[in-house]
Design a protein around this ligand. Structure first.
Ligand code: FAD
Ligand code: NAD
Length: 475
């Protein structure tokens, strides 16, 4: 006998758990199946994001930032604290505590919203039947629902001749758990994970070399921002080697020997730890029975239309397992939209205004089109920019690196993209997302009062500079 639900969600990450809560709020009888297990051996909801992604990486970024400030920046403020030391075990304990609080919080929200949670592996059969292999028993449970959401997330991509061993050659999971600061850390892929986790261990004292296959650094970002970021990271000691192909990596004793082919031909590099962060792939292993009817794309993602519908009526898919950026907020918004559509409400997602943030120092954040994208598309635009070095708040903070760059349609002045590199870029971008969602113009932002002294004044001045009337810079 199958247990009946209005909605069964497979996957309890930001896509799945948020969809389940929203569906329950809307009165649907909802179950969510998640197979992730925490360090205590029990279910740990929240997916990659809460367990081994967004949250633990930001916890370590903040810890390492404090250490770095203490070592390098506080003397300027007249603060003397002697030579700092890092207790890695305590740093990891703090991170684990934050993760446990949040994953437990999701379980609490499930209870409060009456979402039935199953700890185990879900598999979609024909006719929206879902088989659950429970984690702590050999039993299988059968569920049946009018609607099913697949939210199975993603896993790291592996490259040939570089096998993960979980200790010396690791993915994000291992790089969040090093029990000591590696003296030499190699990172394959100078993308988001490589830069964030590379920064963590570099700030704590590791010599970090990033091996990037592409000739361009941060190819997704606006070129001006990527260029400035490259300069800043170099100053911090991150050694980013572009156009570098990794041919193989082998563990020898307690070292990793890496053969690369770069601008200087073939070379051998030796590291104490190697992080592989070359992107992630949709995870659909054992998710779909042969007769489930759900189609995959050539790239192995679950095929969906613009409203997250799969090839099977009543089966939907959201988050990292489908097309679009692999971002937690994108997954969650898709989950909410699907839950609302299932409940008969109008819902949509505006993919053009999904913000991106890279939590390095300086932070990098953007929304909308880059200047190179506008050029390629032949769109006429006007650009405005403003450096944080010309803001009182940036100088008072002792962190005035970076700028805001705004791109607006040359004729209508509608904002087409905003690109920020600097302190708190992750928070500053929100104003720009709102402006773009409302179809706002640079003139709109230019006419809005921004508090003084704040970093948001740089957004204001960049908007003014689109029309060449910024006050605190020569236009
Ligand atoms: P996931 O979070 O991967 O969740 C999927 C869940 O489904 C997992 O718990 C998995 O175990 C479970 N599952 C899979 N198959 C089954 C099955 N058959 N049965 C039962 N359960 C199953 N994004 C940001 O927006 N901001 C950040 O700062 C950020 N930082 C990141 C840092 C790192 C190191 C990493 C790796 C990622 C980061 N991301 C960040 C990306 C973000 O984590 C993902 O985009 C997000 O978690 C995707 O959510 P999801 O629900 O689609 O999938
Ligand atoms: P990524 O796509 O950001 O970066 C991968 C990098 O590896 C790219 O620069 C790529 O050119 C390079 N690369 C690919 N193959 C290579 C090879 N064989 N040798 C050398 N370099 C190679 O991927 P990621 O850093 O693994 O992160 C995965 C995803 O997780 C991101 O795309 C992002 O969506 C998400 N994420 C987001 C955040 C955030 O929002 N702050 C943080 C971490 C991860």
């Amino acid at each position: 006998m199958s247990e009946q639900f209005d909605l069964v969600v497979i996957g309890g990450g930001p896509g799945g758990y948020v969809a389940a809560i929203r569906a329950a709020q809307l009165g649907l009888k909802t179950a969510c199946i998640d197979m992730n297990t925490g360090k205590d051996g029990k279910s740990a909801l929240g997916g990659t994001c809460l367990n081994v992604g967004c949250i633990p990486s930001k916890a370590l970024l903040d810890s390492s930032k404090h250490f770095h400030h203490l070592k390098h920046d506080y003397a300027e403020h007249g603060i003397e604290a002697g030579e700092p030391a890092i207790d890695v075990a305590q740093m990891l304990k703090r991170k684990d505590g934050i993760v446990a609080k949040l994953t437990g919080g999701v379980a609490g929200l499930f209870k409060a919203n009456k979402v039935t949670a199953y700890h185990g592996r879900g598999r979609l059969l024909a006719d929206r039947q879902v088989e659950v292999s429970l984690h702590d028993s050999d039993d299988k449970v059968m569920l049946e629902a009018a609607n099913v959401i697949l939210a199975s997330g993603s896993v790291p991509i592996q490259i040939p001749n570089v096998a993960f061993d979980g200790e010396f050659i690791v993915d994000n999971v291992g790089a969040l758990e090093f029990d000591a600061v590696p003296k030499r850390l190699g990172v394959i892929g100078a993308g988001v994970i490589g830069l964030e986790l590379g920064s963590v261990w570099s700030r704590l004292g590791a010599d970090v070399i990033l091996l990037e296959a592409l000739p361009d650094f941060l190819a997704l970002a606006d070129t001006d921002i990527a260029r400035q970021a490259g300069r800043e990271f170099k100053k911090q000691g991150l050694d980013i080697r572009l156009s570098t192909l990794v041919k193989s990596a082998k563990v020898k004793g307690k070292e990793v020997r890496v053969t690369v082919e770069g601008k200087n031909g073939e070379e051998q590099l030796t590291f104490d730890r190697l992080l592989v962060s070359v992107g992630r792939r949709a995870y659909t292993d054992n998710l779909l029975a042969d007769d489930s009817g759900v189609k995959l794309t050539e790239r192995g993602q679950i095929e969906v239309d613009e409203n997250s519908r799969t090839s099977v009526p009543g089966v939907w898919a959201v988050g990292d397992c489908v097309r679009g950026p692999m971002l937690a907020h994108k997954a969650s918004e898709e989950g909410i939209a699907v839950a609302e559509m299932i409940a008969g409400k109008p819902a949509h997602i505006h993919f053009d205004t999904v913000p991106w943030v890279i939590y390095t120092d300086p932070e990098i954040a953007w929304v909308g089109k880059t200047e190179q994208e506008l050029k390629e598309a032949g769109v006429e635009y006007a650009a405005g920019s403003f450096p944080f070095a010309a803001t009182g708040r940036g100088l008072a903070l002792g962190n005035a690196v970076g700028m805001v760059k705004m791109l607006a349609d040359a004729e209508t002045d509608e904002i087409l993209g905003v690109h920020i590199i600097g302190a708190n870029a992750s928070e500053l971008i929100a104003e720009c997302v709102v402006a773009m969602e409302f179809g706002g113009s640079s003139e709109d932002l230019a006419r809005i009062v921004h508090a003084h002294p704040t970093l948001s004044e740089a957004v204001h001045e960049a908007a003014l500079n689109v029309d060449k009337r910024a006050i605190h810079r020569v236009n």
